[in-house]
Design a protein around this ligand. Structure first.
Ligand SMILES: C[C@](O)(CO)[C@H](O)COP(=O)(O)OP(=O)(O)OC[C@H]1O[C@@H](n2ccc(N)nc2=O)[C@H](O)[C@@H]1O
Ligand SMILES: Nc1ncnc2c1ncn2[C@@H]1O[C@H](COP(=O)(O)OP(=O)(O)OP(=O)(O)O)[C@@H](O)[C@H]1O
Length: 315
């Protein structure tokens, strides 16, 4: 095959706890990540020249070396020089549907798709864990995006344990187009306010990560209990992002006051906010009511749902 079209789903964080400090400047996390049906489409073609090239329909997304998808292709070319020499360049076309800089892993899932796509294009036969290891070089959320579904993520986000897939859970997702939150800023602000409460020693860090593995959210997921999942939504980064962004706080409050919303939370470093609903119909109603409460066209609203896959070939 000379080209592949891949579906690259966004993620939300059902749980994000910052548990400690790391010598590399990153934070030790305990997260539960969930793929959703809102997805970008990535086309990967064997290039007509030896170059790597990225195109994207979204004006905010760079197409140079700062694009995470470009960096994923560059990494594959560096790791597999013989295949690069044999097959030549790569053309990548990104059709963006996932809001940008939203806490939804938009760039990360594009990068994961490029790793999977080049593996197929160059017949490398890499395993899932080899793809995840390459992903970890590019960013903390990239490894999860490879296989997606529902997973516990610890370390800086790259150590994954897959959980039973969740189906038939609907979400309303909201993001102000003009509002972007830098992930690096969010962690830095958290460190400035709460750094003193970090767990410092290795054993206590491991014990805390283990506690999350056997904790209430994981049990709720194993029981497929959507009400319990909704009650246990948690995101430490809300403590710094909500006070700094009153619009996001207001969104969160409007979601929380809606009938048929089981729970609401900011995703990742924000500023997108999601609400969990039991049916698609209820989610559509919530979307409509939030639209009436905030008629501002800058606010993007989506109804989407949990999915059990990460990167997959478009059918
Ligand atoms: C907020 C989340 O999206 C939640 O899933 C992730 O933790 C962030 O994942 P990501 O965007 O892939 O993050 P990276 O590209 O690896 O890092 C972006 C920045 O976030 C901070 N960062 C990220 C992950 C982590 N465990 N600790 C951190 O302090 C670092 O300052 C880093 O410079
Ligand atoms: N392929 C890409 N798609 C979107 N943004 C990209 C991409 N490559 C680089 N970027 C840049 O990365 C920044 C963050 O965008 P992205 O959509 O990945 O954020 P995010 O959803 O908050 O990520 P995460 O949840 O992993 O922290 C953007 O400002 C954009 O300029």
């Amino acid at each position: 095959m000379r080209s592949y079209t891949l579906i690259a789903p966004a993620k939300i964080n059902l749980y994000l706890e910052i548990i400690g400090d790391r010598p590399d400047g990153y934070h030790e996390l305990a997260m539960i990540l969930q793929s959703i049906s809102l997805a970008d489409q990535i086309e990967i073609h064997a290039g007509s020249t030896d170059n790597l090239r990225v195109r994207c329909n979204h004006p905010q997304v760079p197409t140079d070396k700062s694009n995470l998808a470009y960096r994923a292709a560059e990494l594959m070319a560096a790791e597999f020089p013989d295949a690069y020499a044999k097959y030549g360049g790569i053309d990548i076309t990104i059709t963006k549907r996932i809001p940008v800089a939203a806490g939804l892993a938009g760039g990360s899932t594009n990068a994961a798709a490029v790793l999977v796509g080049i593996d197929l294009l160059w017949n490398l036969g890499l395993t899932q864990s080899e793809l995840e290891e390459l992903g970890a070089i590019l960013g903390s959320d990239v490894p999860f995006c490879v296989a997606g579904g529902t997973a516990i993520a610890t370390g800086r986000g790259e150590q994954l344990s897959t959980l039973a897939g969740l189906n038939n859970i609907y979400i309303v997702l909201a993001k102000y187009r003009s509002l972007e939150v830098s992930t690096a800023w969010a962690y830095k602000a958290y460190r400035a306010s709460f750094g003193s409460s970090y767990i410092k020693d290795k054993e206590s860090l491991a014990a805390r990560a283990d506690a999350v593995h056997s904790g209430g959210m994981v049990k709720a997921i194993l029981h497929q209990d959507v009400k319990e999942i909704a009650e246990r939504l948690h995101n430490d980064l809300e403590k710094v992002v909500l006070p700094a962004y009153p619009q996001v706080m207001q969104l969160r409050e409007i979601f929380a006051s809606q009938e048929n919303v089981l729970g609401t939370m900011m995703s990742g470093s924000g500023p997108s906010v999601f609400a969990l609903c039991e049916s698609k119909q209820q989610a559509e109603q919530v979307k409509q009511r939030v639209r009436e409460a905030i008629p501002d066209e800058d606010l993007e609203l989506f109804v989407t749902e949990f999915v059990t896959h990460g990167i997959k070939i478009a059918s």
